[in-house]
Design a protein around this ligand. Structure first.
Ligand code: NAP
Length: 262
């Protein structure tokens, strides 16, 4: 029996089988969870339906987090199938391409700043707000962040600010929802090649650098992140909330590596 048996978990952000959310779905399915999925727009509907079928799920609902009405409709539709549920995974981020290239100060715009924060941070609490009454006792919410929230990473630019906001959001949500029994955590994943990350300039070179200097001498996989997300949504992590858990092979703790001194 898996450690997520009888848990009902909604997963956002499956765009391909390389998506971090796909790795999360794999781990959660393996541990016995019943899964539901969202897709952003009709272009992705059939693709997400076929991914959901990989996990014996036929619950596939639209949600564009840019629209409050779409978030509200998601939970109205989900409530018809699952009146209550246990977790959702927020694996959504977006900034316009021109924001993720070059000098931060030159690249950032008022509009780019606003879109990045709205889609990548506000959407997490917007979803929690909309489904709060549907969450079972001992529910757990998980989002995905990146080291660019804590340190300046080339070309990550305004997305780093949005991730810093998302991490603060995680703490405030954990504080507000804890008395209701709901835990809220973030996973700070190391770089993984996905559709979203391919929009970041020099991402391939960043991966090679990480591989060379990360304490475990490899980049992390969607399986590594998936296993941690499964743990954080399970009762095994009942004492953990408001945390940012790094799943990056230790990259964030290493200030310098002997290879860089050669
Ligand atoms: P991905 O496969 O491209 O997933 C990103 C997802 O966000 C896509 O499904 C995308 O849907 C969705 N999305 C964007 N705007 C949306 C909106 N308005 N409404 C609903 N969904 C929307 O990339 P990923 O790398 O797995 O990203 C998942 C999360 O992990 C993101 O928060 C990302 O910042 C984070 N993360 C990634 C890395 C990495 O190196 N890959 C590292 C640390 C953290 P569409 O495809 O339909 O646009």
């Amino acid at each position: 029996m898996g450690f997520l048996t009888d848990k009902h978990i909604l997963i956002t952000g499956v765009a391909s089988n390389r998506s971090i959310a796909y790795g999360i779905a794999q781990a959660m399915h393996r541990e016995g969870a019943d899964l539901a999925f969202t897709y952003q727009n009709n272009k992705l509907k059939s693709r997400v339906k076929s991914f959901a079928a990989d996990f014996n799920s036929s619950i596939v609902l639209p949600c564009d987090v840019a629209e409050d009405a779409s978030i509200t409709a998601l939970f109205i539709d989900l409530a018809k199938i699952w009146p209550t549920f246990d977790s959702f995974v927020h694996a959504i981020a977006f900034a316009p391409g021109d924001q993720l290239n070059g000098d931060y100060v030159n690249a950032v715009t008022r509009k780019g700043f606003s879109i990045a924060h709205e889609i990548s941070s506000y959407s997490f609490v917007a979803m929690a707000k909309a489904c709060r009454k549907m969450l079972n006792p001992n529910a757990a919410l998980v989002t995905l962040t990146y080291l660019g929230a804590e340190r300046a990473i080339p070309h990550y630019n305004v997305m780093g600010l949005a991730k810093a906001s998302l991490e603060a959001n995680t703490r405030y949500m954990a504080s507000a929802m804890g008395p209701q029994g709901v835990r809220v955590n973030a996973i700070s994943a190391g770089p993984i090649r996905t559709l979203a990350s391919s929009g970041i300039k020099n991402f391939k070179r960043m991966m090679s650098h990480c591989e060379a200097v990360t304490p475990i001498r490899r980049v992390v996989t969607i399986k590594d992140v998936g296993n941690t997300a499964a743990f954080l949504c399970s009762d095994l992590s009942a004492g953990i909330t408001g945390e940012v858990v790094h799943v990056d092979g230790g990259f964030n703790i290493a200030a310098m590596n002997e290879l860089e001194l050669d």
